[in-house]
Design a protein around this ligand. Structure first.
Ligand code: NDP
Length: 291
């Protein structure tokens, strides 16, 4: 049976490490890293995510600034708030929770965030920097995937990674990050021919498609490391549960290791957001960055 890669524990360890660095910065440099999170509207899932981000930021000793705007907020008001936060020296990271109400153009919002404070890593300057192998801020979910892989496998160089999904928040940036680790990278998507055969070549298989149970045991090479990014909510009330893109029952009989859903990639995403905020704060103050 596959080893379960415990994202909860690793996320806690990363948050503890961030907390230690925050304490050091606060006491030796008089710098308290600040994270601002903006929520527009009342989407219940987004409310939960935003609350959790603020809570974790405070727990590691950061300054947490939360702005909740009504769903009818005009775009210009949101852009004015972002401009204010861009100019605030006490705010080092800015995150606008997506999705946004339909009257707001997400591109305009992403472009408005100062790239130095773009802790989600979505601004075109950061996207370009990552694609060019540079040091821009990278998106949090792919960063979490790479941390889980490195902790389980150690050296990643030379391994063949197959990524299912080419979105700008997971698949594409993850491809850039794994290239940086000297993996051989294949990105597959809905138009890929013979997906199962492509997946069977993978030493590392990452599923980020949003299709529950898509990846079956016979898609996986014996001993491969499988990262399940997918999160789909199924059922109602007591029956409510989260499922991933991987059929854990069949895959765990073949794979060497697998991340669970929940408790795998999910917790790492927020921990990496805190780490990005710490890096952003260090860069803005010209201080050495933590590892
Ligand atoms: P998107 O919908 O933006 O992208 C999905 C990708 O999967 C697309 O590239 C699409 O291909 C591909 N795809 C869809 N169906 C298939 C299929 N049957 N076969 C092969 N490829 C397919 O999703 P996201 O990247 O935003 O999210 C993916 C999943 O990860 C979701 O379940 C989401 O909830 C989860 N997620 C989890 C996070 C976490 O913290 N754990 C964070 C972010 C996302 P094409 O481009 O051709 O359309």
């Amino acid at each position: 049976m596959a080893t379960l890669i415990d994202g909860k524990t690793q996320a806690r360890e990363l948050r503890d490490a961030v907390a230690g660095e925050v304490q050091r910065l606060t006491h030796t440099q008089d710098v308290v890293p600040g994270l601002a999170v903006i929520l527009v509207g009342e989407d219940p899932a987004s409310q939960v995510y935003v609350r959790r981000k603020g809570q974790h930021a405070r727990e590691v000793g950061m300054r947490s600034v939360e702005h909740t705007l009504s769903a009818s907020t005009p775009q210009r008001e949101l852009l004015a708030l972002i401009a204010e936060l861009n100019a605030d020296p006490g705010v080092h990271g800015i995150l606008v929770q997506l999705p946004l109400p339909t009257h707001i153009d997400p591109e305009a919002v992403i472009h408005a965030i100062d790239p130095a404070k773009d802790v989600d890593g979505f601004h075109p300057l950061n996207v370009g920097s990552l694609a060019a192998g540079g040091k821009g801020l990278a998106p949090c979910t792919p960063l979490g995937c790479v941390r889980l892989l490195a902790s389980h496998l150690g050296e990643l160089a030379g391994r063949h990674a197959v990524i299912l999904g080419r979105s700008r928040i997971v698949g594409r940036p993850l491809a850039s990050l794994l290239l940086r680790e000297d993996c051989t990278v294949t990105v597959a998507h809905s138009r890929t021919v013979n997906l199962a055969k492509v997946c069977r070549q993978a030493d590392i298989l990452v599923a980020a498609v949003g299709q529950p149970g898509l990846v079956q045991g016979d898609w996986v090479k014996a001993g491969a490391t499988v990262i399940d990014v997918g999160i789909t909510r199924l059922g109602d009330g007591e029956e409510r549960r989260l499922v991933g893109d991987v059929d854990a029952a069949s895959v765990s009989r073949v794979a060497g290791a697998l991340t669970p859903v929940p408790g795998g990639v999910g917790p790492m995403t927020i921990a990496c957001l805190l780490h990005n905020t710490l890096i952003a704060a260090c860069r803005q103050h010209g201080l050495p960055e933590p590892s």
